[in-house]
Design a protein around this ligand. Sequence first.
Ligand code: PAF
Length: 274
Amino acid sequence: MQNFSIQMKREGKKIGLVPTMGYLHDGHLSLVKIAKEKSDVAVVSIFVNPTQFGPSEDFNKYPRDEARDLELLKSLNVDAVFMPDSNEIYQFNYQTYVDVEEITKKQEGEFRPTHFKGVTTIVSILFNCVQPDVAVFGQKDAQQAAVINRMVNDLKFPVKIIIAPIIREPDGLAMSSRNVYLSIQERKDALILYRALKYGEKLIEGKEMNPQVIIDNMRIMISGIESARLDYIRIVNAYYFTEPDFIEGGNEYYILIACKIGKTRLIDNILVQV
Ligand code: PAF
């Protein structure tokens, strides 16, 4: 992979990377299209990264379909697919991790304490292997994107990070590889995430500036769905992921939600410009 990238750079070509864990959907494909627009050589990595899953999470049953992924990427004329083996990435006696401190502790970090350390470690490794000029991440994992931006700034990675909008199903459900776990009823119930986010957004547009009032109202809405078990709803500053006491004009905020529908944990968010 490095040799390929070095060769491309010698030829003066700009490399765009889309890191994925495979089981691709239209959300991933939208990232690939952006990478193609912003670079000369589009690389997609597929690697289900064990270090970002907690001990009781779904690493073993995480959906995989390499043949289908490769077909989809071929149809988009991707220049290279990087599919390393786990033993190649985390070789015997592997000991090195990248840990972004503050921004990883709250929201997702409260529920998945080792997750972001795994993400920043694998993304650093992928950046070293692929040596991209630009890398595209989805807004769906908004905190992940903010953590990666922090890491790139702090460690001076020579790569530009692009955050691409969330792609939703026609009924509003954010696309996610994990949606495949949902039963027919749960798939219907899962719409509550986006409905609650839209409701929160409407409250802010109606000048409700107290985050707690917005969160409480959204919470009540979600409590009406039997299969839903909320992990959190938070309103955060869109850059620092700090949780304000009051929403202030001239700022951008994410409303974040993490909720189990049956056994499937889903996350979603909406960006609100006040
Ligand atoms: O967003 C994902 O799919 C993963 O967290 C990533 C960025 C590919 C790292 O494994």
